[in-house]
Ligand binder design. Structure first.
Ligand code: ATP
Length: 354
């Protein structure tokens, strides 16, 4: 097993597109590390460079103690799982699993032993004699994962492996992958554009934007304190409300009078935006203590919660409330901040300042 160090990785495609712009990543031995970001932010290119499927323009990649810049994929001792399963259609599950081991020339007994172990880990026992067309999408993906496992690589690289599965299966497979990674303790780099996947899977994750790393942290760190307005708008469902605020008499307030708990170390003389999580706000009866007048625009009932949209000074603000609280549509209401200090951003630099 091995950690992965990516240093100043830069990739410019022949047509001039800069896909990866001086990315640094330090992934620990045994860590499940997620790369998250919108389409085109450079996740796949970074992963393919680590795998050796794409040659970087500049920068270094180390797997364990080995500088792998010049090593072909087969010599990097990693296994990659893609969104498309790419199983051999004419082979039964057991032979799909055995294929990479036979190609390496391992003795028969060892091939059998490894196939059995991977089948046990991925619970494929009853499927060993079926061909891919008789497997569901989720089962095919489990075979694809098992085929990566049998090689016992130093690291797994996964590129949106669950994208083609329906929501329920995706959630199951997520749990399975996390469990498996924990059991094997093999370093894993997992690429996704799905923040829920990143939050629930990753020990840590990196948010990429336009080829650059915007933030690296644990799910909790990133959720609590997104490092930039980009991260603030990307994480959370719905994401943070971004409300322009000013500091007056030691208080932090919006132009329309919503008072927020000020964080320490607020800079002066700058235009500021507060990132306020929907669960840190409350819709109240009009005129309630510490509330400002607002108008209810819409309510989305999700079973275990309601997302209210209220108009606050011409801006739609989203508020997460328990489903027991109901307000009539279009009613005058109050809006109140109930959480701790919000994350505060400089409007000009778009970076977190307090
Ligand atoms: P997605 O989630 O859509 O796969 P991504 O974050 O993985 O996106 P990449 O596939 O790494 O992003 O692409 C990063 C940028 O590089 C994009 O602007 C993409 O259009 C560009 N790109 C990717 N491959 C090539 C290529 N072979 N030639 C030129 N540009 C490319």
């Amino acid at each position: 097993m091995a950690g992965i160090e990516v240093t100043a990785l830069h990739k410019r495609y022949p047509d001039g597109t800069v896909a990866v712009d001086h990315v640094d990543l330090s992934i620990g031995d045994g860590e499940l590390f997620v790369m998250l970001g919108p389409s085109g932010c450079g996740k796949t290119t970074t992963l393919r460079a680590v795998a050796g499927l794409e040659r970087q323009t500049t920068g270094d990649i180390r797997i364990g103690d080995t500088l792998v810049n010049d090593l072909p994929p087969a010599e990097r001792d990693i296994a990659m799982v893609f969104q498309f399963y790419a199983l051999y259609p004419h082979l039964r599950t057991r032979d799909n699993l055995a294929f990479p081991l036979r190609a390496e020339g391992l003795p028969k007994a060892e091939v059998r032993e490894r196939v059995e172990e991977a089948a046990r880990l991925m619970r494929l026992g009853p499927l060993l004699d079926r061909r891919p067309r008789r497997l569901s999408g989720g089962e095919q993906q489990r075979v694809a994962l098992a085929r990566a496992l049998v090689r016992r690589p130093r690291a797994f690289l996964m590129d949106e492996p669950l994208t083609n599965l329906d929501a329920e299966l995706r959630a199951d497979m997520r749990t399975e992958i996390k469990h498996l990674q924990g059991e094997l303790g093999t370093t894993m780099v997992y690429v996704t554009h799905d923040q829920v996947e990143a939050m629930s899977l990753g020990h840590r994750f990196a948010i990429l934007n336009k080829g650059r790393v915007e933030q690296i942290g644990t799910p909790l760190e990133v959720y609590d304190r997104p490092a930039s307005l980009f991260c603030a708008a990307f994480i959370g469902s719905p994401p943070m409300n971004l409300i322009e605020v000013e500091v007056a008499e030691g208080k932090l307030r919006s132009q329309d009078g919503l008072v927020l708990t000020p964080p320490p170390g607020l800079p002066r003389d700058r235009r500021l935006v507060a990132g306020v999580r929907p669960e840190a706000l409350e819709v109240t009866e009009p005129g309630a203590e510490r509330s400002v007048p607002a108008r209810l625009v819409s309510a989305e009932w999700l079973g275990d919660e309601i997302i209210y949209v209220v108009d606050h000074g011409g801006q739609d603000v989203r508020v997460r409330m328990p489903p027991t609280v109901r307000f009539a549509a279009d009613a005058p209401v109050g809006l109140r901040h109930t959480g701790g200090p919000p994350a505060v951003y400089d409007v000009r630099t778009e970076e977190l300042v307090a």
